[in-house]
Design a binder for this molecule. Structure first.
Ligand code: PRX
Length: 651
């Protein structure tokens, strides 16, 4: 773990003459302390400043973790689509709300102003209403990364419907489960989508998914490619033929602060995916406050978040944060690898993005593919702020990201949060917080962190402590429940350590009070009484020049309790026998002998979810000899896991 500090580059201030929203680190400290000492005052002020309530709230907060009944801004009325669209369209109708960058760069990009966005959202909202969607109904959205997906989210919000976006890479079966659970009357999709030069057959998947869903009466289909698709007359409607029937303005439905805004399914450690439910005002405020202070968003900014709309990152930082703050969001349909590995640089340069927010998994891929000279031609001067999300970012990947995208002149914030937290909870503030490569840094405003000793359940105060990460006080954007399963909500987050929200992650607070995320606690390995984080070993292995990607798995061991196994893919073909010994030695040298893997398995690739996360569950099962893998519907390219399996069994 490095304690190297990277200060906000001096050239950063030249790029940003008006400075950040906060005037330096001391101001963060002061505001943070206020936000913890008087949370109601802090959040009430932020809510009134950043959101537009049509009726002011009378009570800032009620409820407790113990009772699982937290509620915010009671008595307040607002509408999320008004906050994200109308108020900017009124103030500055020609400001660009969305830049769409298609999968194939030859297809040309498209800009949509706030005034146009208001018309699109209103027409679609009118259409949904006409199809019987009412306040509180759940609409399922299964769409690629195109502006119409944003229209769909906001149209639901406009009429008080709850959106449930399902990542357009999920199978028909997974989609069906979510549609049935949500009892959706309407599903919104496209004829097809494009991603990485390939066609995604969205409408066909939806057709398969709804075969046995009696609840679905309408499938509204946006014509994206013009491909031939199956059609059921009466149930299926073309978006373009429908929306033109409805007015270019319909008034937004007044919503209570606590009315649900959306449902998003996410995997738990056990059981089927859980539908995490977020509220209107609290969620939106979390997006606004973190957008403003963590990402230092200003209205002139062009924010590029590569997170797909099917995941929480896409919800909060591709849609809600940039739009609630009135800047431009860049919607990128493609992948980092198509038509070449230079695509992210192309998008940033072409759209003159000021922010680029992505995941370490993409960065690791690019790092192994791109040489500096290949990307020097891109004009990245507008880029001011980089962000990383989703998993710990190894220091060497952090440095590469900072250098290859930011020429070491941007800030880079590693943002730690979860579907359930709604918005960032640990992150450095761009332009304000001194950065440490690989470290999520400090708690966000209003987030009262605790590190808990998992054995005693006691909070570990002070610095230089390791434990599980929890949050001590409610915050507005926390999930309110798991749909139809409040008990699971309580058991997962609040009943483990009474009085705390339990994140499920391990964390270490260093001598400066900076918080390092050590990965899920189920990924922490205990070898002969020594606890070691899988991500710590992975980071060290990634520093070895031969390693492309790796996953560390703890397996039961008669001698040491648990033993460390490393599954590694290499950048180049190396002699697997030699490299295995070398990697074990490397860990002995860089961390400690007890952290050295007992076994190293060399594979051509690692099994990943469609969003790019390594599926350790499958690796763990394979390593302990289990042949039953459970639900593998979320795993990308199953062939990889067969390949892995073959290698293991041949050893
Ligand atoms: O383990 C943490 C990891 O991702 C989990 C949350 O996953 P999800 O709900 O899918 O949301 C991902 C995007 C916010 C966390 O419990 N995680 C997320 N961000 C980080 C992270 N681990 C380390 N560092 C991060 N920056």
């Amino acid at each position: 773990m490095t304690s190297e500090i990277v200060h906000v580059p001096s050239k950063w201030r030249a790029k940003h003459p008006h400075g950040a929203h906060l005037n330096g680190f001391l101001e963060y400290r002061t505001l943070y302390e206020e936000s913890i000492r008087s949370p109601d005052t802090f959040w009430a002020k932020q809510a009134r400043e950043l959101l537009s309530f049509t009726q002011d709230f009378h009570t800032t907060r009620i409820g407790s973790f113990q009772n699982g009944d937290n509620a915010w801004f009671l008595g307040g009325q607002l509408n999320a689509s008004f906050c994200c669209v109308d108020r900017h369209a009124i103030q500055d109708p020609d400001r660009v709300a969305i830049i769409y960058e298609p999968d194939d760069p030859q297809d040309g990009s498209q800009s949509i102003t706030y005034a146009e966005l208001l018309r699109h959202v209103s027409r679609l909202a009118g259409c949904l209403r006409a199809r019987g969607v009412r306040k509180g109904d759940i609409v399922t959205i299964y769409m690629p990364m195109i502006p119409e997906a944003v229209f769909a989210l906001l149209a639901c919000a406009r009429i008080g419907a709850v959106h449930s976006v399902v990542f357009a890479g999920f199978s028909a079966g997974a989609l069906q489960d979510r549609i049935v659970d949500a009892k959706s009357k309407v599903v919104i999709t496209t004829d097809e989508g494009r991603r990485g030069g390939k066609v995604i057959h969205t409408k066909s998947v939806v057709d398969d998914a709804v075969k046995d869903c009696s609840c679905v009466s309408t499938i509204l289909t946006f014509r994206q490619t013009g491909g031939d698709v199956p059609w059921t007359v009466g149930r299926d409607l073309w978006w373009d033929e429908e929306v033109k029937k409805y007015p270019a303005y319909i008034s937004p439905e007044p919503m209570q602060s606590e009315d649900p805004l959306f449902l998003l399914y996410t995997s738990g450690s056990t059981g089927k995916p859980k539908g995490v439910l977020h509220s209107t005002a609290g969620y939106l405020l979390g997006a606004a406050v973190t957008g403003k202070y963590v990402f230092d968003i200003h209205q002139k900014d062009r924010f590029f978040c590569s997170g797909d709309i099917g995941w929480i990152t896409g919800h909060t930082y591709t849609v809600y944060a940039p739009l609630v703050l009135g800047c431009t969001t860049i919607i990128f349909e493609g992948t980092p690898a198509y038509p070449s590995f230079k695509r992210y640089w192309e998008v940033v340069a072409k759209c003159a993005a000021t922010h680029f927010y992505t995941a370490p998994t993409a960065l690791r891929l690019l790092k192994s593919k791109i040489k500096k000279e290949e990307i020097e031609c891109f004009d990245m001067r507008q880029l001011r702020i980089l962000g990383s999300v989703g998993e710990p970012i190894a220091p060497e990947i952090w440095k590469w990201f900072h250098n290859f995208f930011g020429s070491n002149q941007t800030t880079l914030t590693d943002t730690y949060w979860q579907t359930e937290t709604g918005s960032h909870v640990v992150a450095s503030l761009a332009g304000v917080t001194p950065m440490k490569p690989g470290c999520a840094s400090l708690p966000c405003l209003g987030i009262d962190l605790a590190i808990i000793d998992p054995v005693s359940g006691e909070e570990l105060t002070g610095n230089l402590v390791v434990g599980v990460l929890a949050i001590k006080q409610p915050w507005p954007s926390m999930a309110r429940t798991i749909k139809d399963n409040h008990d699971r909500y309580m058991d997962t987050y609040f009943n483990i350590y009474k009085g705390y929200y339990f994140t499920g992650d391990g964390a270490y607070r260093d001598h400066d009070g900076y918080v390092w995320i050590r990965g899920r606690v189920d990924d922490v390995i205990n070898v002969s009484g020594h606890r070691i984080s899988t991500s710590e070993i992975e980071s060290a292995l990634l520093e070895h020049p031969a390693v492309a990607e790796t996953a560390i798995i703890g397996v039961p061991d008669n001698l040491t309790g648990e033993a460390i196994n490393a599954v590694v893919s290499l950048k180049e073909r190396e002699n697997p026998i030699d490299i295995k010994d070398e990697l074990i030695l490397h860990i002995r040298r860089t961390i400690a002998p007890f952290a050295a893997p007992k076994a190293v398995f060399i594979v051509t690739d690692l099994p990943k979810t469609r969003s790019g996360k390594i599926v350790r569950r499958i690796l763990r099962k394979a390593l302990i000899g289990e042949r039953e893998f459970g639900d593998i519907s979320t795993v990308r390219e199953l062939s990889i896991y067969w390949d892995f399996f073959r290698i293991l069994t041949s050893i």
